[in-house]
Design a protein around this ligand. Structure first.
Ligand SMILES: [Zn+2]
Ligand SMILES: [Zn+2]
Ligand SMILES: [Zn+2]
Length: 158
């Protein structure tokens, strides 16, 4: 799914998809979705708002033992490196990847300042213009993430 979800959508289906996809992707790549990695992804998949590392620690502590922050950071590193989660720089927080695509050449995130929901949008539309701009400036891009802040359609209609 890309774009903003309707406020009354079935989020359980979204969350289940995220975990199923992660499992499938890790298997196909021979990467290990360990228990602690899966738990962190599960916390991220609970909503469409970015979650900070310490909020993740707190959320996991509710379900049992309080994990060491370093465990959570390591799990986040793994999830981000596999494209299963993304870091939202402007929020210093993380979201589960909801697009279901493996391609993340240029990632763009629309961040609603009212409801806090982050939507990941098709990066393909953006990767060419970004590549052209870099080329014109003889700049060799290593990563490109675009974060756009504003009001989502759900909030504008409300
Ligand atoms: Zn959802
Ligand atoms: Zn993604
Ligand atoms: Zn909104």
């Amino acid at each position: 799914m890309t774009g903003f979800p309707k406020p009354d959508h079935d989020h359980r289906a979204c969350a289940a998809d995220v975990l199923k996809r992660a499992d499938r992707l890790c298997r196909s790549r021979g990467a290990r979705l360990t228990d602690s990695r899966a738990k962190v992804l599960d916390v991220l998949a609970r909503g469409h708002q970015p979650v900070g590392a310490y909020e993740i620690v707190d959320a996991l502590a509710e379900g049992g033992q309080r994990p060491a922050p370093v465990t959570v950071y390591r799990a986040l590193d793994f999830l981000v490196s596999q494209g299963l989660a993304h870091r939202i720089e402007s929020r210093n927080a993380f979201v589960a990847c909801m697009t279901g695509t493996q391609e993340h050449g240029t990632a763009a995130f629309l961040i609603c300042r009212r409801c806090g929901v982050v939507a990941e949008v098709a990066a393909d539309e953006l990767s060419q213009p970004v590549a052209r701009v870099c080329e014109r400036h003889r700049f060799e891009a290593e990563s490109s993430v675009i974060e756009i802040e504003g009001l989502c359609g759900n909030c504008r209609d409300a």
